[in-house]
Design a protein around this ligand. Structure first.
Ligand SMILES: Cc1cc2nc3c(=O)[nH]c(=O)nc-3n(C[C@H](O)[C@H](O)[C@H](O)COP(=O)(O)OP(=O)(O)OC[C@H]3O[C@@H](n4cnc5c(N)ncnc54)[C@H](O)[C@@H]3O)c2cc1C
Length: 497
């Protein structure tokens, strides 16, 4: 790819984010929220509105995790899922999931309207399509599931994009936005309500108790009654999350397209995945093409994924100029429902929100709504559905465990062992976990090959990276080296380590 842009998220490049200081002392609050992505920021904001004294603590800069590397469709259409949910959990719970997701969407829409946030929010229909004969019956079943659950939509044998398709299922009344101005507004409101935000502050340990104590890598503490881990991968030692979550990587490119875009948000049912939407934000008009999903650590070299997306954009839309490219990962749970609620029964005041399956714009928002009710000791209609302590080994769960046995093994191994890569062994545009000054850090060498930036410690399995990019587990993506808190080290200095 000639003229390939440096990896950079369009979202992070195109909008301002407020800056906050590091934690540099001990603070005592009602609630500590770990992780400033959509789940953590929305939770912190809602709790501050309830009158809670809240500290939001995040590694690196706010929104630098998966939230800054999304495609930002705001929808209850999470691929083909409702037929499967009906089979696995029954109609009532499948319907609950739809209503929860729509509540997430409604909350975002209402907040944007009330606060008049300029974030490119637009109502769009969401469409799953296929061009593969053996997927057609799955789309038909999904549409039957819509009918059973009362989900507004339609079935068609085509789509209005210049992309081959033989069947599609549409869910009407969905939306898209630019997440950064939206969340920047929420975080400013949070601060106005008395909330504290600490960037560049990685939580190393949580001593769960009454109160709980968060200890940062630089030794400072947050003492709190309730602790909420919205850190993508939970920070707690307890709960066996490393064996109950599996990471999937995906890639996105933003291109200038000569063809007019007819509107709508699209995703195909088959592999390789293709996710399509347009962006109209201020002066900018871009086409986003995402996909190439694969189990993290098991993909082909990263550039091949971007090349495949670029080829698709060129052949389908005549898109010539790639303006941005980025990648990230998201977690999937054993039964494909997020884990939102009390982390374990043993620690009722430690909460978690994770496992959004690449649909965290709605699910991360739902998480904030559910967690706020739990912390405020109120009933929530979705609390039981998402309870992390549930476990039902339906057929799809058994298949999942079988398929992911290797990944789970790597999780455990990665948790226990340190990466052996030395910083000076990193090639240009490469990332890995390394030891630096005796600490484990994610490190990335820029393409100019004369600087490396280290990132806050990444406590898990990225050790099994494919040797091309580090996105941590959403902590600080290597695609954004300019804004990490880490040290910038000259090659000369590295070689003397
Ligand atoms: C390519 C791609 C496309 C996607 N497209 C869509 C889409 O169109 N629609 C949709 O709904 N969803 C989409 N998703 C999913 C969605 O973006 C995520 O589910 C969501 O952003 C996750 O938000 P989060 O707040 O849980 O995590 P994150 O945004 O990752 O935030 C977690 C934060 O916690 C911090 N952190 C981690 N560990 C620590 C620690 N120990 N101490 C302090 N801080 C810590 C991290 O630095 C990070 O800032 C997509 C995902 C990917 C990968």
């Amino acid at each position: 790819m000639n003229g390939t842009p440096f990896p950079e998220s369009y979202w992070l490049a195109s909008a301002e984010r407020p800056v906050f200081r590091k934690l540099d002392g001990t603070v005592t609050v009602d609630t500590a929220v770990i992780g400033a992505g959509i789940a953590g920021i929305t939770t912190a904001y809602l709790l501050a509105k309830e009158g809670k004294n809240v500290a939001l603590v995040t590694a690196g800069r706010i929104m630098n995790g998966t939230t800054g590397h999304t495609t930002a469709k705001v929808t209850a259409q999470h691929g083909l899922i409702y037929d499967e949910y009906i089979r696995d959990f029954g109609e009532e719970r499948a319907g609950l999931f739809y209503r929860a997701s729509m509540d997430g969407l409604s909350f975002i829409r209402r907040t944007i309207e009330e606060h008049q946030i300029d974030c490119g929010f637009s109502e769009e229909d969401a469409v799953v399509y296929t061009n593969v004969q053996n997927q057609v019956s799955k789309l038909e079943d999904e549409f039957k599931a819509y009918a059973r659950l009362g989900i507004p939509g339609s079935y068609s044998e085509s789509i209005p994009l210049p992309v081959p398709a033989i069947a599609s299922v549409k869910m009407t009344g969905q939306a898209q936005f630019h997440p950064i101005p939206y969340l920047s507004h929420l975080i400013r409101e949070f601060v106005r309500l008395g909330g504290q935000v600490y960037e560049e502050t990685t939580v190393e340990t949580v001593e769960e108790g009454t109160p709980s104590k968060l200890i940062s890598t630089n030794g400072y503490e947050v003492i709190c009654q309730d602790v909420v881990s919205c850190s993508h991968f939970p920070v707690y030692e307890s709960g066996f999350y490393y064996a109950r979550l599996h990471p999937e990587s995906s890639y996105v490119i933003a291109v200038a397209s000569p063809k007019p875009y007819p509107g709508g948000m699209y995703i195909n049912a088959e592999n390789p995945t293709r996710s399509i939407r347009a962006v109209h934000y201020r002066e900018e008009e871009l086409l986003l093409v995402g996909g190439e999903s694969h189990k993290t650590g098991q993909g082909v070299p990263t550039m091949e994924h971007y090349e495949a997306l670029e080829r698709f954009a060129r052949e389908s839309f005549g898109a010539a100029e790639m303006r941005y490219r980025w990648s990230a990962l998201d977690f999937e749970t054993l039964d494909k429902l997020p884990y939102i609620g009390r982390s374990t029964r043993k620690h009722p005041r430690s909460y978690v929100a994770t496992g959004f399956r690449k649909w965290g714009m709605t699910s991360g928002t739902v998480a904030a709504l559910v967690l706020t009710d739990l912390i405020m000791a109120r009933d929530n209609p979705y609390a039981e559905l998402f309870d992390p302590s549930r476990f039902e080994a339906g057929p799809s769960v058994k298949t999942f465990i079988k398929e992911n046995a290797n990944v789970a093994k790597e999780f455990v191994k990665g948790k226990l062992e340190w990466m052996s890569t030395k910083p000076e062994e990193l090639g240009p545009d490469q990332g890995a976990l390394v030891r630096l000054h005796g600490r484990k850090v994610g490190a990335y060498r820029a393409r100019t090959a004369n600087s490396i930036c280290s990132m806050p410690p990444v406590p898990i399995w990225v050790a099994r990276w494919n040797g091309t990019t580090v996105t941590g587990h959403g902590i600080v993506p290597a695609t954004d080296p300019g804004s990490t808190a880490g040290e910038r080290l000259s090659k000369g200095r590295l070689s003397s380590l």
